[in-house]
Design a protein around this ligand. Structure first.
Ligand SMILES: [Zn+2]
Length: 446
């Protein structure tokens, strides 16, 4: 494993550009530093073993060509708001609206949603088909809004050496949830870091490498609260260039296996400086601020300063590329604690209506699911498709993510679903209609 140079934590420097003209610290993503001494580094994104495995996997998936990259991958999120006794909505104790706003920002950015700052017209800019929602069931199967508030009785943390302490204050099973902690960082200019995905020990066992030891850090993303969501004017402290939630977009990119766009290396002449994405032009180092144009390592081609994995200001960012999409989705399908999120989906309560529809297909709002005669005690659900549509598929999930496939007849416009044999609890019905749209509806079984 080559040693990557630490570029993102160099001392603050002076940038004068069109967006600001005062001393401004570069975006302090601590990911590279967090991994520098990790035993897992060779087996994590960017490490030699991981990238060799990834390259083989990519080729074999390409040869099979059976992967549907249009399918929506939804990631249930829990946000742990770490505060010091402030009232809800004050300081570190972020409001529910601020948290929901961040989820919207993620979906706009990962969805390249038109009419939002996440939209772009770059030829390689894509909708990643990855979406985020706040979990609506907690690990015990109880209803939740996906936001956990914890009075830590301290002002803040540093990522090292308190990282483990910080994360251990609250953790939901990372096999099922993306954990995000909002905190105040006390030292340095850190504003976020994430756990990279790593490869399965089963595969590593077959190699002449040391057995990988699971990282001691619980999986997830840690974010400075003053850059989380849409930050109200005057509340971003020293981080006012990062006030529209793009730090979370960036860090989740790491969580899904993306590296910094400049490859965390030693400039254009470093052959090992790569982000393993061919459609992001190689660049000398990170771009800070919001410059008009920056040269890449290739004459005549500009650096992609709009990429979420660079260090530019929030207002400058709007691109995930086709290769970055592919890389994140391969990670989602194959890596520990990423694929399990897809295999055992936890119900989500807060998600905007457009999340599950394929492009150009209207969102279905009028699929109905109700107990027969509106009597919950009947134990029989009625599922109704809107006019002109058929019900194609119904899958039920319990609070632990266990899946119950429902056999339905072809050309069904409405359907009776007997759930009397199910245990008491809250369930999620995922109903797919003949136009390809999917509606998720929760119900309670007595
Ligand atoms: Zn980063």
């Amino acid at each position: 494993m080559k040693l990557r140079l630490i570029v993102c934590l160099v001392v603050p420097f002076l940038i004068s550009g069109i967006c600001f003209s005062q001393i401004q610290e570069p975006r302090g993503c601590a990911n590279v530093e967090a991994y520098r001494h990790s035993k897992m580094a060779p087996f994590s994104a960017g490490g030699a073993v991981f990238e060799e495995w990834f390259s083989k996997l990519e080729k074999s998936e390409f040869n099979r060509s059976a992967v549907n990259e249009d399918e929506i991958y939804t990631i249930p999120v829990v946000v742990h708001v770490l505060h010091n006794g402030e009232a809800i909505g004050v300081g570190k104790n972020l409001s529910d609206e601020r948290v929901k706003g961040q989820i919207d920002i993620l979906n706009n950015d990962y969805g390249k949603k038109e009419g939002t700052p996440g939209f772009n017209i770059n030829p390689v800019g894509v909708d990643t088909r990855i979406r985020f929602c706040l979990a609506s069931l907690d690990p015990n199967g109880l209803p939740t809004n996906g936001i956990v508030r914890i009075n830590t009785q301290v002002d803040g943390f540093d990522f090292n050496p308190y990282n483990t302490t910080l994360k251990n204050t609250s953790l939901w099973n990372p096999d099922k949830y993306l954990n995000i902690w909002t905190v105040k960082f006390l030292v340095g200019n850190h504003i976020g870091y994430a756990q990279y995905p790593f490869i399965q020990p089963a595969w590593a066992d077959s190699l002449n490498f040391p057995q990988p030891v699971p990282d001691v850090q619980p999986d997830g993303v840690v974010i400075e609260y003053r850059v989380f969501g849409n930050v109200p004017s005057g509340e971003s402290g020293p981080f006012r260039s990062y006030n529209t939630g793009r730090t979370v977009t960036h860090e989740i990119g790491h969580y899904l296996g993306l590296l910094h766009i400049w490859g965390d290396g030693n400039g254009c002449s470093d052959p090992n400086a790569t982000d393993y994405c061919e459609d992001t032009p190689k660049q000398n180092t990170f771009t800070a601020g919001c410059p008009n144009s920056v040269a890449s390592c290739t004459t005549g081609i500009a650096a992609m300063k709009e990429d979420y994995m660079d260090y530019t200001n929030d207002v400058c960012m709007n691109i995930f590329t086709a290769n970055q999409k592919k890389r994140m989705r391969i990670v989602m399908r194959n890596c520990i604690r990423r694929k399990s999120i897809l295999q055992n989906p936890v119900p989500c309560g807060y998600i905007t209506d457009t999340q599950y529809s394929k492009p150009n297909i209207p969102v279905i709002k009028d699929v109905k699911l109700y107990f027969k005669n509106n009597d919950i005690a009947s134990g029989v659900l009625v599922v109704e498709a809107p006019d002109g549509l058929l019900i194609e598929r119904i899958v039920l999930f319990d609070g632990l993510g266990k899946e119950f496939k429902v056999r339905i007849e072809k050309n069904t416009t409405d359907f009776l679903l007997d759930v009397r044999s199910l245990a008491q609890g809250i369930y999620l019905a995922k109903i797919e209609t003949s136009n390809g749209a999917v509606k998720n509806i929760r119900f309670r079984k007595l």
